[in-house]
Design a protein around this ligand. Structure first.
Ligand SMILES: CC(C)(COP(=O)(O)OP(=O)(O)OC[C@H]1O[C@@H](n2cnc3c(N)ncnc32)[C@H](O)[C@@H]1OP(=O)(O)O)[C@@H](O)C(=O)NCCC(=O)NCCS
Length: 183
């Protein structure tokens, strides 16, 4: 077995695996595509239109260089195309007040591949990785107007707080979902 995946659980879909440098372009593409579709009408249109693949690739390369974070991809079984990804690691500063030690920083599944269990599989991979590192409790911040809130509730996340953040010049509300048990 791939040693980076020594914590693998049998519930993971076969197409979910740890990301590596070759996945950066695919992850950036999933990120730009899903932001534009999911956040249309939620975030400013001009901001979404200005998103550039190259900038997202550079940002992803930086994020993947952070040693205490983990990144997973879901790939299309026949073509190997990257169709989803998740990133997780220690909770960011400020959120530790909510009594959790870990965070899912990002989770995106390409339109057309949603509803096939890949989101659940990516979360399961991240949770197994966090659990193996002794984390207690996990948080994810979701835009309050994002229908994905129902997905996190379906997976047992409990609403735990609200905050306003500025994205592309607009003030938007986010909701925190918390899992007390990571494993
Ligand atoms: C939200 C997202 C990650 C979920 O991944 P997915 O692969 O579509 O979801 P899954 O197929 O794994 O669904 C798991 C369960 O959640 C439910 N679910 C998924 N999305 C849902 C939604 N929007 N509303 C209600 N339930 C939902 C599914 O019905 C399924 O339930 P079941 O296991 O009882 O049948 C994905 O749809 C996505 O990337 N959306 C666009 C981007 C986004 O919003 N990302 C989150 C940013 S915080």
């Amino acid at each position: 077995m791939d040693s980076r995946f020594a914590f693998e659980r049998p519930t993971l879909p076969p197409q979910v695996r740890p990301a590596d440098a070759d996945d950066i372009e695919g992850m950036a593409r999933v990120s730009v595509d899903t932001w534009r579709l999911t956040y249309a009408g939620i975030l400013p249109e001009s901001y979404l239109a200005r998103m550039r693949l190259a900038a997202h690739e550079a940002q992803r390369r930086r994020l993947m260089g952070v040693s205490d974070a983990a990144h997973f991809v879901a790939e299309e079984p026949l073509t190997g195309e990257t169709v989803g990804f998740a990133s997780a690691g220690p909770v960011r500063a400020g959120d530790d007040a909510l009594g959790v030690t870990s965070e899912i920083y990002e989770l995106y599944v390409q339109n057309g591949f949603q509803g096939r269990g890949l989101g659940r599989g990516l979360i399961a991979a991240a949770r197994a990785w966090l659990s193996a590192r002794g984390h207690r409790g996990m948080i994810i911040w979701v835009l309050a107007d994002n229908p994905a809130r129902a997905f996190y509730q379906r997976l047992g996340g409990v609403p735990a707080g609200q905050r306003a953040i500025r994205v592309g010049g607009a003030l938007v509300e986010e909701t925190a979902y918390v899992w007390r048990d990571v494993g």
